[in-house]
Design a protein around this ligand. Structure first.
Ligand code: NAD
Length: 260
């Protein structure tokens, strides 16, 4: 059980992050939601987490591209709940384009949100975890932290970066009861994947069906999408005492993609 623990989950208004926030709430953790979306939808999700799981949940609108807002989110969590025990760096965006046409501002935005925000949250939250001698940091990486695909230069660079950050902080935190790991899903059917289909159709000159079957599911030997709930179950496991010796790991959940 994660009763009396507080979890901050970045990018948790949708997709994998929302599934992780719900799964941690189910175990009894207080939740700090973060991410974008219509205010009334976010409030509905927040209230449902509180009533459904009998925990406290608050929402931080912090933009993960802005270091001061990232630090402010950790401060809000500590001010509200006293501690941040579980930190899930999950916010992420994608952009698909040949590298020579890749917009410079998109590169900077992806590095900021998908990589640098984790540095800023860890910097702010790790001192408290070390002082209390317990913490769990889980980064949503990707199969693209291990292998590449064409037209995703910024995303693949950021995800390889998050894998390196994970290992480094794991070593620094190892004697403090703080584990630091990343989960590397293959394709999970979320808005992030759905939204990249039109650009992939353009970049590869394909139909939507061809993109789904010949690009996305082609990568995964199981020919199935991973589900957000499956990723969330692994995150819950990483928070358990049984996982206290798993640190610095990059755990794949990709239907066999990176075995090829
Ligand atoms: P999603 O689009 O459903 O969710 C992304 C979340 O991040 C949303 O809550 C969004 O509001 C939030 N977000 C985006 N920009 C933000 C910002 N600047 N500040 C704060 N929040 C921001 O996508 P998802 O598929 O659930 O992706 C979650 C994570 O999983 C990402 O890091 C993604 O790279 C990773 N991932 C996804 C897949 C997949 O196939 N869907 C595979 C591997 C890894």
């Amino acid at each position: 059980t994660l009763k009396n623990k507080t979890a901050v989950v970045t990018g948790s208004t949708s997709g994998i992050g929302l599934a992780i926030a719900r799964a941690l709430a189910k175990e009894g953790a207080s939740i700090v939601l973060n991410g974008f979306g219509p205010a009334e939808e976010i409030e509905k999700v927040r209230a449902e987490i509180e009533s459904g799981f009998g925990v406290k949940a608050i929402y931080s609108p912090a933009d993960m591209a802005k270091p001061d807002e990232v630090a402010g989110m950790i401060r809000l969590a500590e001010d509200t709940f006293g501690t941040v025990d579980i930190l899930v760096n999950n916010a992420g965006i994608q952009f698909v384009s040949p590298v020579e046409d890749f917009p410079i501002e998109k590169w900077d935005q992806i590095i900021a949100i998908n990589l640098s925000s984790a540095f800023h949250t860890i910097r702010a939250a790790l001192p408290g975890m070390k002082a209390r001698k317990w913490g769990r940091i889980i980064n949503t990486a990707s199969a693209h932290s291990l292998v590449a695909s064409p037209f995703k230069s910024a995303y693949v660079a950021a995800k390889h970066g998050i894998a390196g950050l994970t290992k480094t902080v794991a070593l620094e935190a190892a004697t403090f009861g703080v584990t630091v790991n990343c989960i590397s899903p293959g394709y999970v059917w979320t808005p992030l994947v759905e939204k990249q289909i039109p650009d992939t159709m353009k970049a590869r000159n394909m139909t939507k069906e061809q993109v789904i079957n010949d690009v996305l599911l082609e990568a995964q030997p199981t020919k199935q999408f991973v589900t957000a709930d499956q990723v969330a179950a692994l995150a819950v496991y990483l928070c358990s005492d049984a996982a206290s010796q798993i640190t610095g790991a990059n755990l794949s959940m990709d239907g066999g993609w990176t075995a090829k």
